[in-house]
Design a protein around this ligand. Structure first.
Ligand SMILES: Nc1ncnc2c1ncn2[C@@H]1O[C@H](COP(=O)(O)OP(=O)(O)OP(=O)(O)O)[C@@H](O)[C@H]1O
Ligand SMILES: [Mg+2]
Length: 243
């Protein structure tokens, strides 16, 4: 396997000074590798460390220990300096957070096309691509030029996902990107995830919905209490009896 990302001993502890220096474990000695084009689903109970893992890779959190070597750029995502983090976010690594970010007073189509415009894509071509993505995600056309600040949770989530997909990042980190969607819209998002993330795009995605995992993932990483329990092919995960 030619790994695109090799994670070794990745850990994150939180020192809660307000709680008498109590330590909370977010992620504990997690190691795995993903190959180019692979779709790795991350599952586990609430509080098991799924978001912490993605945040350590995107560097919303500074990991306490361990490494995450991103081979195409030969950098360690866990320890590289902030300038490198910013450059990688511009060029290679995309992320959607679990909770819907504050969105500025900008029309949805411009929120989605901004990453493309910032990369020098012709503004009208960038907007066209944004409309295609919003259309594929089933966002009603009358909302494309409206402000996402007034959108429902599911509508915002689609704007977030479209924004992450638009620049076609090489490594895409998705934290529950379909959690707020109804079944029909979720199916559209799953279709888009399957088609928009081709051979070049590596995805690490957190999902709660077993059906979604089974339709998008190549392998499944199971977290429990911050520790990686196992990484299994999706067929094996599908065969497991759900407790
Ligand atoms: N910024 C933080 N400060 C303190 N503790 C944190 C912080 N972020 C996460 N934690 C703790 O780390 C543990 C893992 O949290 P995390 O958000 O990664 O879980 P999760 O698997 O994403 O859960 P959920 O399914 O509810 O989103 C939890 O005990 C949580 O309280
Ligand atoms: Mg989470």
């Amino acid at each position: 396997m030619t790994a695109v990302l090799t994670v070794e001993g990745l850990s994150k502890t939180f020192d809660m000074h307000a709680l008498g220096d109590k330590r909370v474990v977010g992620l504990d000695d997690v190691s795995f590798a993903v190959r180019r084009g692979e779709f790795l689903a991350v599952v586990g109970e609430s509080g098991s460390g799924k978001s912490s893992l993605l945040k350590c890779l995107y560097r919303t959190y500074d990991p306490t220990d361990g490494s995450a070597r991103y081979h195409p750029e030969d950098v360690d995502l866990a320890t590289c300096d902030d300038r490198t983090v910013m450059a990688l976010r511009d060029s290679a690594v995309g992320y959607t957070s679990q909770f819907l970010d504050e969105i500025p007073r900008v029309p949805a189509v411009d929120v989605v096309s901004r990453p493309l415009r910032e990369r020098g894509t012709d503004p009208e071509a960038a907007r066209e691509r944004a409309r295609e993505l919003l259309d594929a995600l089933g966002l009603p056309e009358e909302l494309w030029d409206a402000y996402p600040a007034t959108f429902s949770g599911g509508e915002r989530q689609r704007v977030n996902l479209a924004q992450a997909l638009a620049p076609e990042p090489d490594l895409l980190l998705l934290d529950e990107p379909t959690s707020a969607l109804d079944p029909e819209t979720r199916a559209a998002a799953v279709d888009l995830l399957s088609t928009a993330t081709g051979e070049q795009t590596t995805v690490i995605g957190v999902f709660h919905d077993r059906e979604v995992v089974e339709s998008v993932a190549d392998r499944v990483a199971v977290l429990d209490g911050g520790r990686l329990q196992r990484v299994v092919p999706v067929a094996e995960f599908s065969g497991e009896v759900v407790a």
